[in-house]
Design a protein around this ligand. Structure first.
Ligand SMILES: [Cu+2]
Length: 285
């Protein structure tokens, strides 16, 4: 057992992830492996003698869907807090108003010190307008709140992966593409749809339908075979379908959103006269 521990410790020292305990017995070295190794720490928010470290597979908060993981550290004790009750609220402070965006509730992962959820930012910050994240959490019956500014940026490749629109029913919607590693193949393709109920509330919309028509504008606007429109899956709360990409390059994924009565809410067919829908996502690979 001792050999295994020391071997592990050697690996961890080499990887730079050792956390020293104030223990003076070598047999009892506490090894703290960062459960989020391989993820990027996007920011560290500090207040109330706690730090909240936010991680993602991405390397920045980006407009569109962001899967986030975070840990709450007790700075004095140098330990991470498990099973806290946590809620979060992103708010954008604009010149004329404030608004939030679609988000999940906060869940805990298999490692009870790692919390997770998603946030769908629908616009980036700029010089005068910015996003703030608030975490409300309670530890052993004591409530805390932490609010700090975060930087939300446009995607590096500047391709559209979230769109805000007003439907023919006069409701405002946010439609977000799920992250995708596009291949020349028929790809699993998913999106999430939210209703803007108020400036601060964006519930998930169920049982609508999302039609897709991928095109390559630079090549005669050709399409691809074997696409499958997106239909709602209650378990994942996502719209799932298949996106066929027959070659690498720039694709515009033209969209139409229908409600549960099959009424068209937004988007147009692509025809010889109409080369694109007003509602679309973009992919370039
Ligand atoms: Cu805004």
């Amino acid at each position: 057992m001792k050999r295994i521990k020391l071997f592990l410790a050697a690996i961890i020292v080499a990887a730079g992830f050792v956390s020293c305990s104030d223990n003076n017995n070598d047999d009892d070295i506490i090894i703290e492996v960062n459960p989020l190794e391989g993820y990027n720490m996007l920011t560290k928010l500090t207040a109330n003698t706690h730090s909240i470290e936010i991680y993602s597979e991405q390397d920045q908060f980006t407009i569109g869907y962001n899967e986030l993981f975070f840990r709450i550290k007790d700075d004095a004790a140098d330990t991470y807090i498990s099973n806290a009750e946590v809620s979060w609220m992103p708010v954008m402070h604009m010149t004329e108003m404030q608004h939030s965006c679609p988000k999940s509730s906060v869940g805990v992962t298999d490692d009870t010190s790692v919390y997770s959820g998603y946030v769908v930012f629908q616009m980036p910050g700029n010089d005068t307008e910015y996003w703030e994240m608030t975490f409300d959490y309670s530890i052993d019956g004591t409530s805390y709140s932490l609010t700090e500014k975060i930087d939300v940026l446009a995607p590096v490749n500047d391709k559209r992966r979230v769109t805000v629109f007003t439907g023919s029913d006069d409701v405002r919607y946010v439609l977000a593409m799920m992250p995708l590693d596009p291949q020349v193949a028929v790809n699993d393709f998913s999106a999430m749809l939210f209703k803007m109920e108020s400036m601060m509330s964006f519930p998930n919309v169920a049982d609508y339908a999302i039609m897709i028509d991928p095109r390559m504008p630079s090549m005669g606007n050709h399409s691809s075979p074997n696409n499958v429109d997106l239909s709602y899956d209650a378990t994942s709360q996502m719209y799932n379908g298949k996106l066929s990409l027959t070659m690498t390059g720039y694709w515009k994924i033209n969209l139409k959103v229908m409600d549960d009565d099959d009424t068209l809410l937004k988007g147009e067919d692509v025809t010889d006269e109409n080369e694109a829908s007003s509602l679309f996502f973009e992919i370039e690979f």
